[in-house]
Design a protein around this ligand. Structure first.
Ligand SMILES: Cc1cc2nc3c(=O)[nH]c(=O)nc-3n(C[C@H](O)[C@H](O)[C@H](O)COP(=O)(O)OP(=O)(O)OC[C@H]3O[C@@H](n4cnc5c(N)ncnc54)[C@H](O)[C@@H]3O)c2cc1C
Length: 290
């Protein structure tokens, strides 16, 4: 299908882009990689009057690391993050999740900021951002705001970004010593959105779990942290019994939707299996980061 008629703007600086957003507000859509937005336009599920194409704003792309944080520009392509040595070294959970997004062709256009601004609850990166307590930096003509991941995802395809704000970068805390990770998902085919996905990270100090993070995709209208299951883990030594109990708590605390891919009960069973599997894998590779 052809796109509907739409006005097109191509700013080359962030101030220009936020000026256009201030002018058009919710009549405008930001165009990043277009891998979600263009299909929505073609299917007439989105009707912006103006497209603000940010592909020409060079300062929005790139990965940098300082003071224990890794900053990723919103326009950084998913494949570029996947290839980044900084991401591979300091953000192993993000590195593990990226290859699950669609296919190489999608990731060569799709962007980190686009995925997180689109906020599909079945997508991989929102679960990673929630698991790691990422920070979202948005800019408007009135300045900059930093929004924690816990507040960013407000509902189905809905974020805390206001219509006059551009997502400029996302900051992730670098993995510390003794941190093991695992990204797991069940999808109908490789490259499909997950039926249920899990981002898991465990930090071991002297054989004891000092930090645990579990975030699901595909079980609600936003990515969901399994807080009770995490609490159970902290202060304990990894064991099959502990991971079983953590999986039971995580599944008990969710009320996933049913759709043609699976019932709510099926999703709960998958969620429990992913927690067991994810915790085992994270505990196994925690020793690699000393
Ligand atoms: C066949 C196919 C399979 C896919 N499979 C998966 C999958 O398995 N997992 C997955 O996670 N994704 C999947 N995707 C989506 C892909 O990851 C997209 O790249 C991503 O969701 C959106 O990124 P984008 O850069 O293309 O954003 P766009 O499509 O350009 O934009 C998406 C939304 O975010 C807004 N936006 C983008 N950037 C900004 C910004 N800087 N500031 C404010 N708003 C912004 C746009 O206005 C729009 O509303 C798939 C896509 C296709 C076509």
């Amino acid at each position: 299908m052809k796109l509907p008629p739409v006005e097109y703007e191509a700013p080359t600086t962030v101030p220009e882009a936020v000026g256009l957003l201030a002018e058009h507000l919710d009549q405008a859509s930001v165009l990043a990689g277009g891998q979600s937005l263009i299909p929505l336009l073609a299917l007439r599920l989105a009707y912006p009057a103006v497209l603000i194409d940010i592909n020409g704003i060079d300062e929005l792309s790139g990965v940098s690391a300082t003071d224990g944080w890794v900053t990723i520009g919103a326009m950084t392509r998913e494949y570029a993050a996947e290839e980044s040595g900084t991401v591979g070294g300091a953000l192993p959970l993000l590195a593990a999740a990226l290859p699950y997004i669609g296919h190489e062709a999608i990731r060569s256009r799709g962007t980190i900021g686009g995925s997180l601004a689109h906020a599909d609850p079945a997508a991989e990166l929102p679960a990673v951002a929630r698991a790691l307590d990422a920070e979202f930096v948005v800019r408007s003509q009135s300045g900059e705001r930093v929004i924690p991941a816990a507040a960013w995802f407000e509902g189905y395809l809905t974020t805390a970004r206001r219509p006059d704000e551009l997502l400029v970068e996302v900051r992730f805390p670098a993995a510390g010593r003794g941190t093991g990770i695992s990204f797991q998902e069940v999808a109908r085919r490789h490259g499909d959105f997950a039926i249920v996905g899990l981002a898991a990270a465990l930090t071991l100090s002297d054989g004891v779990i000092s930090d645990a993070r579990l975030a699901f995709s595909g079980v609600s209208d936003v990515p969901v942290r399994a807080a009770d299951a995490e609490d159970l883990l902290v202060g304990e030594r990894p064991s099959a019994e502990l991971f079983d109990e953590s999986a039971r708590r995580a599944a008990d605390d969710i009320d996933p939707p049913a759709d043609l891919h699976g019932s709510s009960d099926y999703r709960k069973k998958v969620a429990a299996a992913l927690v067991r599997r994810g915790l085992r894998a994270a505990a196994d590779n925690a020793g690699e980061r000393q």
